[in-house]
Design a protein around this ligand. Structure first.
Ligand SMILES: C[S@@+](CC[C@H](N)C(=O)[O-])C[C@H]1O[C@@H](n2cnc3c(N)ncnc32)[C@H](O)[C@@H]1O
Length: 210
């Protein structure tokens, strides 16, 4: 069967994923955002100084930074950057397109780095954490909200089963990562780790070990 848009197979191949369709992303996450806003506010209340936000997406965090934060925010996808920049609530953040695995910033340039629902989507958490360590000033911290495996075997089995179709639907998000373990393996100390939603959602503040 062929249509004006090509065959169903080619349409499936060309699907970029919801994370790369900013309007659809905002629409489809409206309900989950209601729960997340509390965590975003809590996380960002602790953030000040020169701040780098990675994987800014549609700019969901930008309204919650304090006046004490000078924010540079980036995303891999220029469509997301343009969409976030057009929102009046994006405030004074400087927005750009960049790849978290090859950061276009100097060493020790930021006091704090923020990422929310982003380390689930990068191809390599290890490469990203190496770059974050490089751009953080000594004593700087990484502030995260990330969904992960839960530690409950039945739930984690489901998350593992759903991982491949979810990656396709979202455009790269993994359901079965263990971000706390990845941080420890990469030589980070977890200063704070709180779990929500049955262990699925995590708020983490971490610091590189010397
Ligand atoms: C699920 S969205 C989260 C967006 C936003 N942080 C939020 O909390 O709503 C994940 C975002 O990470 C971005 N991303 C994925 N890999 C990236 C990379 N290597 N560098 C920068 N951004 C990346 C995607 O383009 C997407 O906008």
């Amino acid at each position: 069967m062929k249509s004006f848009f090509g065959s169903p197979a080619s349409l499936l191949r060309r699907w970029p994923g919801v994370e790369h369709m900013p309007r659809l992303y905002d629409r489809s996450t409206r309900r989950s955002e209601m729960g997340l806003v509390k965590l975003r506010r809590m996380l960002l209340a602790e953030v000040s100084g020169a701040v780098l936000e990675m994987g800014v997406g549609t700019g969901n965090n930008l309204p919650y930074y304090s006046q004490a934060a000078s924010v540079v925010a980036f995303d891999l996808d220029p469509r997301n950057v343009r969409y976030a920049a057009a929102k009046p609530e994006s405030g004074g953040a400087r927005l750009l397109a960049a790849n978290a695995q090859f950061l276009p910033f100097g060493t020790a340039q930021f006091d704090q780095v923020v990422a929310t629902l982003m380390l689930c989507s990068v191809p390599s958490q290890a490469a990203t954490l190496t770059e974050v360590r490089r751009v953080l000033r000594p004593g700087g911290r990484l502030h995260l909200i990330e969904h992960t495996l839960t530690g409950m075997p039945a739930v984690d089995w489901l998350l593992n089963q759903a991982d491949r179709p979810w990656q396709w639907a979202t455009g790269g998000c993994h359901l079965n990562r263990d971000t706390a373990a990845a941080l420890r393996e990469a030589g980070w100390s977890l200063l704070k780790h709180r779990r929500y939603s049955g262990g699925f959602m995590n708020v983490i503040v971490a610091q590189p070990e010397p």
